[in-house]
Design a protein around this ligand. Structure first.
Ligand SMILES: C[S@@+](CC[C@H](N)C(=O)[O-])C[C@H]1O[C@@H](n2cnc3c(N)ncnc32)[C@H](O)[C@@H]1O
Length: 220
């Protein structure tokens, strides 16, 4: 486990947040830092992320997920598929306490960690599922289904399309989203928008891919 210097990490986080169109309270920033401390503490046990350095975790995990938060402006009931250690799910849940946030992963030790985060950070808006997303059934479908570093776009929509409410959308956080991958989407799904994502302190290509059923979408 790398040493977690909360003061130094907080400084990088706060500087990054200033560069984003986001208003977070001091309490929310503290919860983000608590989450990062838990991720750092339990990573060696649960194997939650290959990123081991807390300073790198701030940029590659927290700020990367925070940069996507404004894209969820109109959302009220969101599912994060393949949430792993909670990205972007936990960051969304902390940033938008008004929103219901569900996370699903097949790996029990990861969802055990997510339930621990939920309890320790008192995230009353969070629900955690341990199963394949293809096998999940819910009473109320989601208005947004998101994922980060999860799967090919076609697999993402094929495996979770049954959980999306009518008129809802997928938002995938990707490094690149090659045209070939976007064009291979099965009907009725179409890429509505491909948006470059600027992550403070990160010099890497990042994108948000918005996908909707054809009747709502303009093909890019
Ligand atoms: C590369 S990790 C990404 C984790 C996290 N989203 C992140 O960005 O750090 C992909 C995750 O998807 C989960 N996964 C793979 N297939 C799945 C499925 N069919 N349903 C739910 N989760 C799945 C894996 O267990 C893994 O934790």
């Amino acid at each position: 486990m790398k040493v977690f210097n909360r003061e130094v990490v907080a400084d990088v986080l706060k500087q990054g947040i200033k560069q984003l169109p986001l208003q977070l309270s001091e309490e929310q920033v503290e919860k983000l830092l608590d989450y990062l401390a838990l991720l750092n503490k339990w990573n060696s046990v649960y194997n939650l992320t290959s990123v081991r350095d807390p300073m790198e975790m701030v940029k590659l995990h927290l700020l990367d997920s925070l940069a996507a938060v404004p894209a969820f402006a109109g959302a009220s009931n969101v599912l994060d598929v393949g949430a792993g250690g909670g990205l972007p799910g936990v960051v969304l849940a902390i940033s938008r306490p008004d929103m219901k946030l569900s996370m699903i992963d097949t790996v029990h030790k990861k969802t055990a960690f997510l339930n621990q985060v939920k309890a320790e950070l008192e995230l009353g808006n969070v629900t955690v599922y341990t199963k394949k997303v293809q096998e999940l059934e819910v009473k109320t479908k989601f208005d947004v289904i998101t994922s980060r570093a999860f799967a090919d776009l076609s697999d993402f929509v094929n495996w979770s399309g049954h959980l999306l409410a009518e008129g809802g959308q997928f938002i995938a956080l990707k490094g690149t989203a090659p045209a070939e991958e976007r064009e291979r989407l099965p009907a009725p799904w179409k890429v509505q928008k491909l948006e470059p994502l600027a992550v403070p302190g990160l010099d890497a290509e990042r994108h948000l891919v918005f996908i909707q059923a054809d009747e709502n979408a303009e093909t890019v």
